[in-house]
Design a protein around this ligand. Structure first.
Ligand code: FES
Length: 323
């Protein structure tokens, strides 16, 4: 996960790290190697994990760890400069240098590998960051690695991918090689886990291809957040009944459900705050849902039993939830 503006987790476990190396990971992508400022080892992380980073200027962002999870002494982040972003990547690119100290959270993993399964790893663009840590972790086990980008020059960490994973399949647009997702998914071994990280278009394509293979486990992570801005001309107020608390709340058109729950003292965890991570999921007992997250699959949306409170809303004027 990258580039997600966040509210702080409920119980943050912060530590100070120092940038001990900075390098180019591709055009517009900077690689930062972080080590504990006190010289100790860092908390272990699993492949697919991310950390929160307090950037210079105060912005809080989430970035996937892209180094080998077996490395206990450092974290590596590859941060793509977003020219039209909200300033987090600019702060990193302009103000983080060797010797800079920043606060980071302990690693958390919302994009985990399932033990013992063949893994089909698919990355698009900067989505290579968690996927590469997965490929490192699976180096001695059966897996396939697919990495797509527009051009070699813009593909982050491509040198490390080709050096450490010579069997990786590269799909490079300006070389005329494009991923054939239906063929790629059709070739997956029975029961495999398909892990995909990249832009929404790629994830939707993988999800559509997996519809023909119910034996596969699809795990995905977006890096482009949803637009959580609320517009009173487009959004409407609704009522939410909290069945376990015997409370009824009104969510105005200009407030998120999560905001209203927090204002009422209802403790729902929030990590990314923009529909990417799944930590604010709540159970819905009744009522149509206007899903706006990038967490649930099409099947899960159609079931209508779960929603992300930070961004999703009622489709009608009333919801009943298990809180
Ligand atoms: S807090 Fe991450 S999806 Fe809502």
């Amino acid at each position: 996960m990258t580039n997600g503006i966040t509210a702080a987790p409920a119980t943050p476990d912060w530590m100070t790290v120092e940038v001990c190396r900075r390098a180019s990971a591709a055009e517009g992508v900077a690689l930062f190697e972080l080590r504990a400022a006190n010289g100790r080892s860092l908390p272990a992380f699993e492949a697919g994990a991310h950390i929160d980073v307090r950037l210079p200027g105060g912005a809080l962002r989430q970035y996937s760890l892209c180094n080998d999870p077996a490395e206990a002494d450092r974290y590596e982040l590859a941060i793509q400069l977003e020219a039209n972003g909200r300033g987090g990547s600019q702060a990193a690119h302009e103000r983080l240098a060797v010797g800079s100290r920043v606060e980071v959270s302990a690693p958390r993993n919302l994009f985990a590998l399932r033990d013992g399964r063949h893994a089909v790893l698919i990355a698009g663009g900067i989505g290579i960051t968690p996927i590469l840590a997965m490929a490192d972790h699976l180096r001695d086990r059966p897996h396939a690695l697919h990495y797509a980008g527009r051009s070699r020059a813009g593909m982050a960490l491509l040198d490390r991918v080709t050096r450490d994973h010579p069997g990786a399949h590269l799909w490079i647009g300006d070389e005329g090689r494009r991923m054939d997702l239906p063929a790629l998914i059709a070739a997956a071994p029975p029961g495999a886990q398909v892990c995909v990280c990249g832009p929404a278009r790629l994830i939707q394509g993988v999800e559509a291809a997996c519809a023909a293979r119910p034996d596969l486990i699809l795990t995905f992570e977006h890096f482009d957040p949803v637009d959580t801005a609320l517009d009173p001309d487009r959004d409407h107020a609704f009522t939410v009944e909290l069945l376990d608390s015997d409370l009824t709340l009104t969510v105005p058109a200009t407030r998120s459900l999560l905001d209203v729950l927090h204002e009422t003292g209802i403790d729902v965890p929030c990590d990314c705050g923009e529909g990417l991570c799944g930590t604010c999921e709540i159970e819905v007992a009744d009522g149509g849902i206007d899903h706006r997250d990038r967490v649930l699959t099409r099947t899960e949306r159609a079931e209508g039993r779960r929603m992300m409170a930070c961004c999703s809303r009622a489709a009608g004027d009333r919801l009943k939830v298990r809180l």
